[in-house]
Design a protein around this ligand. Structure first.
Ligand code: MAN
Length: 561
């Protein structure tokens, strides 16, 4: 075999049913038949001034400068672009730089595919079955080699492989269609997310505005707070503290006095019992003046008690007074104990001097007046840093939370919008592969490709992972590789190249980078990895994403409708 992959070089000429007419000389291809009639003479194709005898065709002597008189021998093979350069005394130009009018020896390959064979392979004693399966390029009578016709077997095998290739192509196309569908769905989800985020941001903007207002309002009224907490700061505050303590002391004293009263009442009751007993049990027949006088005094006392009782203080009223002050009973001290006032109490505390009905009515106006006085530097601002009210703190925190949510959602929205504009390849297809990885073993490393993310070199000896580059963009470049029999190669033509840049720094060199070349395949597979130059890697990868955009049979595209 001259070239192992020659079979794949078989030209794309249509599957041939062409059978060389009996009259055509050996090696003449169908498109040149018109030059080789059954006339007695032959005109060189590229040099019409040279007319030869028909017998000079294929006489193994190169008579036409363009080689057209030797379609079936190697006599003019020196004109072949593949032949080695050599000065030829017999050539009209003196060099081999003359192109042959014929593309090669036509090998009809009946039962397979006809093709042209380079003239230098003709009659060289070697059967080139990969190109010429019918063996006709060896002329048995001249070179002595007779090549059998293997076209039936070669054609059959070729058709089997062709069928396999076709089916594989269909499977790849199907897989590609699935990827496109997935990508479309993923894109739709991003679009939905963007729409939701936009709605949510509108809502959050409103909420933020409201909270901002609430906060400002709370802060403003904070500035106009009435009286400071007990014992702190202003005169009224001190007075308030003292009053509260005094009330508390009086309540305690009243409590004690009541206890004493109850004790004394017990004693009085006991004494009254003794005297009542004396009144009931003394003997009036004894002339004891002392006892008689005592009984008389008791009777006067008892009569006085029965008639002359003044209004008693009801226990329920006393108990009411003894109850601790709270919002519902006694004095609501908290009402007077708001924080944040300064020594300019008399101005801040105007409401405290007003009756409740006027206090409520004037509160707002007085507040605005205070704020105006503060803002114009007439009144000192209350220090709020040490004692901000719960309301202001809550309003501030709610506003901060809304702002944070707004900013984080805005970043998410921007990120999603950028993502939507990002190049994910034809039909957005790499969207479906994003986040997935493929890898291959190669020597001491395992190489991993993570789609739209990064490439990694993983040491099998436990030396850790090395970043070989982060995804940047999708480019297109021409590949010029021989087709491989297993199909796992780039072949020839324009290919997508994913650039991964700015990986881990190379010792004494630039950062690592990887060019990921893609070719069509049924499944994602890293075929091979090469380090073309130090820390510059080339990955060859098969994926359905790189297959041609074949439409699903029977499904019409928008353009076709
Ligand atoms: C490691 C690997 C190689 C690379 C050298 C450069 O051994 O990443 O691929 O060539 O470092 O020093």
């Amino acid at each position: 075999m001259r070239r192992t992959d020659a079979l794949l070089l078989v030209s794309g000429i249509a599957y041939s049913s062409f059978v060389a007419a009996e009259s055509l000389p050996r090696g003449v291809g169908p498109e040149f038949a018109k030059f080789y009639g059954s006339k007695a003479t032959f005109t060189c194709i590229g040099n019409p001034s040279i007319v030869l005898k028909s017998s000079q065709i294929n006489d193994n002597s190169c008579d036409c400068p363009d080689g057209s008189d030797e379609p079936g021998t190697a006599a003019c093979s020196y004109l072949d672009p593949l032949s080695p350069e050599q000065p030829l005394p017999g050539s009209l130009t003196g060099t081999t730089n003359t192109t042959n009018a014929l593309p090669g020896f036509w090998c009809a390959n009946e039962g397979h595919i006809g093709t042209y064979v380079p003239f230098m392979y003709v009659n060289d004693g070697v059967c080139d079955y990969e190109l010429c399966c019918d063996g006709s390029e060896e002329f048995a009578h001249v070179g002595g080699v007779k090549c059998e016709n293997r076209c039936a077997a070669v054609g059959k095998e070729w058709r089997r492989l062709e069928e396999e290739r076709k089916q594989s192509k269909e499977r790849s196309a199907k897989r590609r269609r699935t990827l496109v569908k997935e990508a479309r769905e993923l894109r739709r989800r991003v679009e939905v997310m963007i729409a939701n985020l936009q709605e949510e941001l509108k809502r959050l903007e409103l909420k933020k505005g409201e909270l901002q207002k609430k906060f400002e309002e709370a802060e403003r009224s904070e500035r106009g707070k009435v009286v400071k907490g007990e014992g702190q700061g202003g005169k009224l505050g001190v007075l308030l503290g003292l009053a509260k303590n005094r009330v508390s002391e009086l309540r305690d004293t009243l409590d004690k006095v009541l206890d004493q009263r109850d004790d004394l009442q017990d004693k009085v009751d006991q004494l009254e019992d003794i005297l009542k007993k004396l009144q009931d049990e003394y003997n009036p027949n004894f002339n004891d003046e002392g006892v008689k006088a005592a009984v008389k005094s008791w009777e006067n006392y008892a009569a006085e008690q029965a008639s002359g009782k003044g209004p008693e203080l009801a226990d329920a009223d006393i108990m009411e007074i003894l109850k601790e002050d709270s919002e519902t009973s006694g004095i609501n001290w908290a009402e007077f104990q708001e924080e944040g006032a300064s020594d300019a109490d008399i101005v801040y505390n105007l409401e405290a001097y007003l009756p409740p009905f006027a206090r409520d009515y004037l509160h707002e106006k007085l507040n605005l007046l205070r704020v105006w006085l503060i803002e114009n530097g007439i009144l000192a601002d209350n220090p709020t840093s040490s004692g901000e009210s719960r309301l202001v703190t809550a309003a501030r925190e709610a506003l901060e939370a809304a702002k944070n949510e707004l900013s984080s959602k805005t970043s998410t929205l921007e990120e999603e919008q950028r993502d939507l504009e990002k190049d994910y390849g034809p039909d957005d297809i790499f969207r479906a592969l994003k986040g997935k990885c493929v890898s291959t073993d190669s020597g001491e490393y395992e190489y991993e490709l993570c789609w739209m993310d990064r490439t990694t070199q993983k040491s099998k000896k436990g030396h850790g992972n090395t970043n070989m580059g982060n995804f940047v963009r999708i480019d297109r470049e021409m590949a010029d590789d021989e087709e491989r029999a297993d199909g796992k190669g780039l072949g020839k033509g324009q290919r997508m190249v994913l650039r991964y840049d700015n990986g881990q720094g190379c010792w004494n060199g630039p950062n690592r980078r990887t060019d990921v070349w893609l070719a069509c395949a049924e499944t994602e597979e890293v075929w091979r990895v090469r380090e073309a130059e130090k820390c510059v890697y080339k990955m060859e990868v098969g994926t359905p994403a790189a297959c041609e955009d074949v439409h699903e049979p029977g499904v019409k595209t928008k353009d076709e409708l």
